[in-house]
Design a protein around this ligand. Structure first.
Ligand code: NAP
Length: 313
């Protein structure tokens, strides 16, 4: 077994990197296993305008690079790989990257969440070429275009309303006849002159070779098929927490999010903490993720302090 570190941080979005900055400044020399998709969802955005301290905005990827540099400056170490397996059943906890074993006396889980995809033909091929999961990132490219949003929740309504700033027309495609979104968001979208709704419908296929030309729709009640000619298709059907590694080891809620204890970042396993979108499906903001990352690091530090030194255990 390798020498255990004080702290292993799994995941490197704003939550994991903020935890790394705080833990490194507390001399915990954290090991950050940052993942192959290092930096998290902000790597898929362009301008971030609501992160305090940057009055002129900041590019999402640039913000993540800066957070990483800040963590490195204080002694955080990085492994750029995905964790394949964890063992949170005994201490020191284990995390494996391939055959390489890492051991930590404490662990912070900050593996984030990923946008849900439709699971249909052509969707991934056209991602970034008309298909998008982020209106904030890509809306700008669709000035005066006719585009569509898939979903009936708050995210879909928010994206549809936001996209009316650019697009000439936004069609919301929803699989039922009733929106899941909150009344205020739904009413706003329903009343918007640039937004139309296609109810009871699924997108069966995205059309186009190198760029999106349309979406093949199927009415789920009548079975009738149609083609909606759009150059943009924004998939806004929710997010899934990246918690498959932790199934059976940490308590997860019905939607797969890591359960943390009240206002604390403690998980169901003593010495394991979670922060960011992996445990928050409500706020899902970079700044709240960073805030919970700070909390997790402080809690881990206090928890470690309360343990007996390794040599004596
Ligand atoms: P959500 O509430 O889970 O809604 C997902 C929507 O996508 C639902 O309408 C669902 O249809 C549809 N959907 C799911 N899987 C689908 C599939 N495979 N094919 C087609 N449609 C599918 O997710 P969300 O809108 O991302 O919101 C998540 C949470 O964040 C919510 O609590 C929400 O209130 C919150 N949020 C709040 C705001 C705000 O207040 N400004 C903004 C964004 C998000 P069904 O309705 O048929 O299930």
């Amino acid at each position: 077994m390798p020498e255990p570190r004080e702290l292993i941080i799994i995941g490197s979005g704003p939550a994991g990197l903020t935890a790394a900055i705080y833990a490194a400044r507390a001399n915990l020399e954290p090991l950050v296993i940052e993942g192959l998709a290092a930096g998290g969802q902000l790597m898929l955005t362009t301008e971030v305008e609501n992160f305090p301290g940057f009055p002129d905005g900041m590019m999402g990827p640039e913000l993540m690079v800066r957070m990483r540099e800040q963590a490195e400056r204080f002694g955080a170490e990085f492994v750029t790989a995905d964790v394949d397996r964890v063992d949170l059943g005994e201490r020191p906890f284990g995390a494996w990257v391939g055959n390489t074993e890492h051991r930590g006396r404490s662990v912070i889980v900050s593996t984030g969440a990923s946008a849900r995809m439709l699971g249909i033909e052509g969707e991934y091929d056209l991602l970034g070429h008309g298909v998008s999961t982020c209106a904030t990132c890509d809306g700008f490219f669709f000035r005066e275009h006719e585009i569509a949003v898939v979903g009936g929740g708050d995210s879909a309504m928010e994206e549809a309303i936001f996209l009316t700033k650019f697009a000439s027309k936004v069609t919301v495609i929803h699989r039922r006849h009733e929106l899941r979104a909150s009344k205020i968001m739904a009413d706003r979208a329903l009343a918007h002159p640039k937004i139309e709704f296609v109810w009871d419908s699924a997108v069966d296929e995205v059309l186009g070779d190198k760029k999106l030309e349309g979406a093949r729709l199927r009415n789920l009640v009548t079975g009738e098929e149609s083609v909606l000619p759009v150059t943009g298709l924004f998939v806004a059907i929710g997010h899934d927490p990246n918690t498959s590694l932790f199934k059976g080891q940490l308590e997860l809620d019905a939607n797969g999010y890591v359960v943390t204890e009240g206002a604390s970042m403690r998980t169901s396993v003593d010495g394991v903490f979670a922060c960011g979108d992996v445990q928050d499906h409500v706020f899902r903001q970079a700044i709240t993720a960073a805030g919970t990352g700070c909390m997790a690091a402080i809690e881990a530090e206090r928890w470690l302090q309360a343990l007996e030194p390794i040599a004596a255990s």
